[in-house]
Design a protein around this ligand. Structure first.
Ligand SMILES: *[C@@H]1O[C@H](CO)[C@@H](O)[C@H](O)[C@H]1NC(C)=O
Ligand SMILES: *[C@@H]1O[C@H](CO)[C@@H](O)[C@H](O)[C@H]1NC(C)=O
Ligand SMILES: *[C@@H]1O[C@H](CO)[C@@H](O)[C@H](O)[C@H]1NC(C)=O
Ligand SMILES: *[C@@H]1O[C@H](CO)[C@@H](O)[C@H](O)[C@H]1NC(C)=O
Length: 365
């Protein structure tokens, strides 16, 4: 890539791209760009000021990450994006955009291999938080990176690389939580309007990415968040909060329909929806089969179900972390994320549709 600045280098580089496209077995994408919330954040929020910013750059987060480093991931180790990246042949998720945001020429070269824009606390709607990087702003940040990339390797070069790169979106849970905290018993009409608004905004974000050159969109749907330790800790009987799960199912269905219709109207758009919803449901239904023993209480936290506070240095920490579905009050463990990524990357239609991520990634040109 470093040789691409000179005209001869550019030509060599484009020829190399052509060769890659022709080689049917070349499975890997040139880059991965990641958008979304804490399920995908790998440290964006570490760069944001203020006390209202959700963070995880302190222990016990990262206790199972290489060198036990807390990076900002809401996990004991890797998150789902890291495992998906591993499946595609990368080492782990690309770095947070804000860690390469000064855009030196070295950083832009790095940006060509992918960047992660996800910011914990964000949602589909801009209203999910002012302190964090909203999804619309993440898409804007990608727009500036794209300018830098095309300035470096030409407009056609940028189009070529980006059209073969993977654009991963993992968001929606925070919108559902925000709506629920304002309307814990919404009417059918309120639910319908809320869902329609979310889906229409989701479409706008996907269209904006398409306009910037994205052609392979990988969506992660929203898991049954009403069964996370935090909502359970609010329920008098410790059960799942059904309203949250119903809102989530409605949103997932709407996004599924929206992606199908976008793939018809936007020429060249290919997509896959990976169902973290189906994965979490499978684990809850048959925990032992998949090696889990604890699917209600978080490994790290405090209070009922360890769901009353986040994972802080003085919170309780479990020993057998690989047997827990939940890491903290809202997020999965390294073990859960690994299983989810395997199912979504190369699993059946139950876990990823209309094609799985591997098929999306391997689709040639
Ligand atoms: C970006 O540049 C500013 C000023 O030169 C510096 O203070 C900051 O640490 C840099 N940020 C990163 C992520 O490199
Ligand atoms: C990257 O783009 C930004 C915004 O368009 C610009 O200010 C900056 O100079 C560019 N950096 C490089 C190295 O081209
Ligand atoms: C952990 O410590 C912080 C401040 O040091 C405190 O606010 C919080 O309540 C403590 N949490 C637990 C679970 O003890
Ligand atoms: C994907 O799954 C199929 C069987 O379902 C298997 O044959 C193949 O080796 C897997 N590919 C990868 C890259 O894991």
């Amino acid at each position: 890539m470093a040789t691409a600045a000179s005209p001869a280098g550019m030509i060599r580089w484009l020829l190399a791209l052509g060769a890659l496209c022709a080689a049917a077995a070349a499975a890997k994408v040139p880059a991965m760009y990641v958008f979304g919330d804490s399920t995908a954040d790998v440290g964006s929020n570490n760069y944001l000021p203020g006390s209202a910013v959700p963070r995880a750059n302190f222990p016990h987060n990262g206790v199972d990450f290489p060198t036990s480093r807390p990076t900002g991931r809401f996990s004991n180790g890797y998150n789902g994006v890291d495992f998906l990246a591993l499946n595609m042949g990368f080492k782990r998720s690309p770095p947070p955009f804000l860690s390469v945001a000064n855009r030196t020429s070295k950083q832009i070269a790095r940006g060509l291999q992918g960047v992660n824009f996800a910011s914990a606390g964000s949602g589909i709607l801009d209203t999910t938080g002012e302190a964090i990087v909203a999804l619309s702003k993440q898409v804007e940040q990608f727009g500036t990176l794209r300018c830098n990339i095309s300035a470096r390797i030409s407009e056609e070069g940028a189009d070529n690389v980006l059209s073969r790169s993977l654009f991963l979106i993992s968001t929606g849970g925070n919108d559902v939580f925000a709506f629920f905290s304002a309307n814990s018993t919404p009417t059918a009409e309120q639910t319908r309007l809320f869902t329609a608004d979310l889906v229409s905004q989701y479409k706008n974000h996907v269209k904006a990415l398409y306009d910037l050159g994205a052609r392979k969109i990988a969506v992660i749907d929203v898991p049954p968040i009403g069964c996370c330790p935090y909502p359970r800790s609010l329920h008098p009987l410790g059960a799942c909060i059904d309203v949250l799960n119903e809102l989530t199912r409605g949103l997932n269905k709407g996004v599924k329909d929206a992606m199908r219709s976008l793939s018809v109207s936007l020429s060249g758009l290919k997509y896959s929806i990976g169902s973290s919803h189906a994965v979490v449901q499978s684990i809850m239904k048959h925990p032992q089969r998949l090696g889990f023993k604890e699917v209600t209480t978080a490994c790290c936290g405090s209070g009922r179900f360890n769901g009353k506070s986040g994972c802080t240095p003085n919170a309780t920490l479990c020993d057998n972390r690989h047997e827990y579905l939940f890491w903290d009050l809202l997020h999965p463990t390294h073990a859960t994320s690994k299983i989810a990524a395997a199912a979504i990357y190369n699993g059946s239609l139950h876990f990823a549709a209309p094609i799985n991520f591997r098929q999306l990634v391997e689709d040639q040109c």
